[in-house]
Design a protein around this ligand. Structure first.
Ligand SMILES: C[S@@+](CC[C@H](N)C(=O)[O-])C[C@H]1O[C@@H](n2cnc3c(N)ncnc32)[C@H](O)[C@@H]1O
Length: 259
């Protein structure tokens, strides 16, 4: 059912977004964001080493016992299956790396660490940046911690536990959030709740990234509500992922583009 929803939304999206590149983008910031973050293709030094580890995870058939936050049950899953299905693809994880660099983000948050591949990209933007990443499954978080070790990454704080219960203390310990990637519980109420909770820690140059905008009708509802939130100025909808900007100097505009 969800697959049909996503498919039809994609057809609609392609028709409404197809002319976005280069057309109607008058803001220098947004224009540069498209060129240097969304459409940029040149690899950075760290991409290869992170992708080598992703490939290792894709071939690891060890079973993990994980919490399913949808049903509240424990279930078994192969690392290889998680690596193939749950992580942002190289193209998108590398785009988030460029976005964090472009926005000069120093305090980065990720809700939903999974095996830590996207987290590693965020951490590699600068070893002086601080990444806070939250994961509910202890066994998954353990694999992610090993990935960070293999990559010599020391600037990630993984908070293990249900985000519903860990987010308040983590926010209390945080002065500001420059970059937040919301990619954990894909339910309407959770996405809206997490977005509302982080707002007091955002500033005009923060960027928030919401994932899986058209994964389900409730996710699209959450995305539309975020777009219309009083603090939000501009958004860029790439179908899979949406960027949210808060700087009042930007045009009040919602862009759509096929990446
Ligand atoms: C789609 S995956 C994250 C992928 C990761 N951001 C990446 O790009 O590689 C979502 C993760 O969020 C975790 N998660 C879902 N709901 C959660 C919750 N309420 N609390 C903590 N973790 C949660 C899941 O265990 C899963 O590992």
């Amino acid at each position: 059912m969800k697959l049909f929803y996503t498919f039809f939304q994609y057809i609609k999206f392609v028709f409404s977004a197809r002319n976005t590149r280069g057309n109607g983008v008058h803001s220098p910031f947004v224009y540069d964001f498209f060129e240097k973050v969304i459409y940029e293709k040149n690899p950075y030094y760290c991409f290869h080493e992170i992708e080598k580890l992703r490939n290792m995870l894709k071939n690891n058939n060890k079973m993990l016992s994980i919490n399913d936050f949808g049903t509240g049950e424990q279930r078994a899953a192969k690392i290889s299956k998680i690596a193939r299905r749950s992580l942002k693809s190289p193209r998108y994880a590398q785009m988030l790396f460029r976005a964090a660099l472009f926005c000069k983000s120093e305090n980065l948050w990720e809700l939903g660490t999974s095996l830590g591949i996207t987290t590693a990209y965020l951490a590699k933007t600068d070893s002086k940046n601080r990444v806070t990443s939250m994961e509910g499954s202890a066994e998954i978080a353990k694999i992610a911690a090993n990935i960070f070790k293999s990559l010599n990454i020391n600037n990630i704080n993984i908070i293990v536990g249900n985000i519903d219960q860990t987010i308040d203390a983590a926010l209390y310990a945080t002065d500001k959030i420059d970059f937040a990637f919301i990619d954990a519980n894909h339910r309407y109420s959770a996405v809206i709740q997490y977005f509302n909770k982080i707002i007091p820690k955002l500033h005009e140059n923060s960027v928030v990234v919401i994932d899986d905008l058209y994964w389900s009708k409730p996710m699209t509802k959450a995305w539309n509500e975020i777009k219309n939130h009083s603090t939000v100025v501009s958004t860029i909808d790439l179908f899979q992922t949406g960027f949210v900007f808060f700087n009042k100097k930007l045009p009040k505009k919602h862009y759509k583009a096929v990446k």
